[in-house]
Write a protein that binds this ligand. Structure first.
Ligand SMILES: N[C@@H](CCC(=O)N[C@@H](CS)C(=O)NCC(=O)O)C(=O)O
Length: 224
């Protein structure tokens, strides 16, 4: 049995942990549990992650929740000096972009994708979708400008900073990104990485198998 267990169906933010495990070439066990009472909020899983949310991991007895804490931890543990920066300042920049992604764009991309792609067409709320695009416009311009001067967020190489931002906004690949061409090229490149493609296959499969009732529940529980 693999030492690393990743909990959460690939449709959720567990996608981020799955992509990172692939990026690092780790052996892992995937437990594709669902959101809600039948999954993450069942007593046996609440005992591991009391938030009742996905994802969480158990790495040989070490339990961690919060998707980007998980990706930073795995990258530092297995790829220090490569995917995870070795210098104090580059490490801080990786944290900067990670916290930025969670605070500035995570919710907006999620709302947009629900009301543009994932909910049944008749149930999509155009006002929520348009508001999400307005909220995303300014931070996307910031990201686009950062990528106008160098191919990746910390310079010439793909690092956990790129990984975390690309993983958080991966569903934005279906948006019209004409106003942010550097972001578009960079996101396309990040998502073309072999480990990203493998994780996206799992995510797309889970998306396509998700009943509309579960998508409605996601929108309701997370107030999206
Ligand atoms: N900030 C957390 C958010 C976790 C989160 O909201 N996960 C969603 C799935 S993507 C969830 O479990 N929602 C169901 C619920 O809250 O019951 C992270 O990045 O891990």
């Amino acid at each position: 049995m693999a030492a690393l267990r990743i909990y959460g169906i690939a449709r959720t933010r567990a996608f981020r942990a799955l992509w990172m495990a692939g990026e690092l070439g780790l052996a892992y066990e995937h437990l594709p549990i669902e959101i809600g009472e039948a999954g993450a909020r069942a007593p046996e899983f609440l005992a591991i992650n009391p938030n009742g949310r996905l994802p969480f991991i158990d790495d040989d007895g070490f339990v961690l929740f919060e998707s980007l804490a998980i990706t930073l931890y795995l990258a530092k543990k297995h790829s220090l000096g490569k995917l995870y920066p070795a210098s104090l300042m580059d490490e801080a920049k990786a944290w900067q972009w990670s916290f930025w992604a969670i605070a500035e764009v995570d919710r907006g991309v999620n709302i947009w994708s629900l009301h543009a792609v994932r909910l049944p067409p008749a149930e999509r709320d155009a006002a929520k979708r348009d508001e999400a695009l307005k909220v995303l416009a300014a931070p996307f311009k910031v990201l686009d400008a950062a990528l106008a001067v160098q191919p990746y967020l910390l310079g010439d190489d793909f690092t956990v900073a790129d990984f975390n931002v690309a993983a958080v906004i991966s569903r934005a690949i279906d948006m019209d990104l004409a106003a942010v061409p550097n972001l578009k090229v960079w996101l396309t490149r990040c998502l073309a990485r072999p480990a990203a493609r493998a994780a996206l296959m799992l995510k797309n499969k889970a998306d396509s198998e998700t009943p509309a009732e579960v998508t409605r529940r996601i929108a309701r529980i997370n107030r999206l």
